[in-house]
Design a protein around this ligand. Structure first.
Ligand SMILES: C[S@@+](CC[C@H](N)C(=O)[O-])C[C@H]1O[C@@H](n2cnc3c(N)ncnc32)[C@H](O)[C@@H]1O
Length: 247
């Protein structure tokens, strides 16, 4: 099960009515929206389609502009207030500059009691997931040393999206990309910003791991839930949900 399938299954498991509306915030190519629609769910998406990786070409043209909308700016979700039961977001919040503003908007479009499901890495994740170099995002932005650090790992065979670039060029360009397009945050900041707008925040990395390895249950059976949550957070990302208060 991949993250798209996880989000879809999570919505299907949570929904009490057949008649729910779901928004995928930062929906990229719209995979989750399309999968939910195949299950008969009223699913929508929005995305700024930023220059750091514009997936709008992958979106089904029949959905673009109607079910999947382009955001003019990250501060405004182009849907009505209190119009969604669920908002999901997969690997988006580490790209968001104004987390407070985005969560305020997600709260606005959720119905009272509605739930936001988020999957994204915090600053303390061990592997920089976009390029696959361990701890690269721990260096200060613009640090020159980390270009050589990235190059050393690249020499050892690490790294994604190599595209026949030289080791130094790949390392320099990826570090510049990280500077411009990522905003990794410490756990305290993430929790306090979510707590400002939502309640009942619950981490479910252990549930994610069990779903992910359901075919090989032996991987999860011997690890206690707290260790499962820790492993997923350090090696993958946070997986959690929170609720919009009823009043
Ligand atoms: C790594 S991609 C993930 C896309 C999709 N959620 C998925 O799982 O395939 C990050 C996405 O976040 C979008 N994004 C970045 N900043 C955003 C923002 N402030 N508001 C909405 N979307 C944003 C990007 O355009 C991109 O589509």
């Amino acid at each position: 099960m991949n993250n798209y399938e996880f989000c879809v299954q999570w919505v299907l498991d949570q929904k009490k009515d057949t008649d729910v509306r779901v928004l995928d915030y930062g929906c990229g190519g719209g995979e989750i929206v399309m999968a939910l629609r195949k299950h008969g769910i009223s699913a929508f998406g929005c995305d700024v389609f930023y220059e750091g990786g514009d997936y709008s070409e992958n979106v089904d043209p029949a959905l673009l502009g109607s079910a999947i909308k382009t955001m003019e700016e990250e501060a405004t979700i182009p849907f009505a207030s209190a119009s969604f039961d669920f908002v999901v977001n997969n690997q988006v919040m580490e790209h968001v500059e104004d987390l407070d503003g985005v969560l305020r908007e997600i709260k606005r479009v959720l119905k009272p009691g509605g739930v936001v499901l988020s999957l994204f890495p915090d600053k303390r994740v061990w592997r920089e997931g976009h390029c696959g170099i361990p701890f690269l995002h721990w260096f200060p932005k613009s640090s020159r040393f980390r270009v050589y650090y990235a190059a050393a790992f690249r020499t050892l065979g690490f790294g994604y999206h190599k595209e026949n670039k030289s080791i130094m060029r790949w390392s320099r360009e990826f570090c510049e990309w990280l500077d411009e397009w990522t905003h990794y945050r410490p756990s305290r900041e993430i929790h306090s910003t979510y707590d400002k707008y939502f309640c009942e925040l619950q981490h479910i990395e252990d549930h994610w791991l069990q779903q992910r390895f359901s075919a090989r249950k032996i991987v999860t059976d011997w690890l206690p839930p707290f260790a499962q949550r820790f492993a997923v957070r350090k090696l993958g990302c946070w997986v959690f949900f929170a609720r919009k208060p009823l009043v």
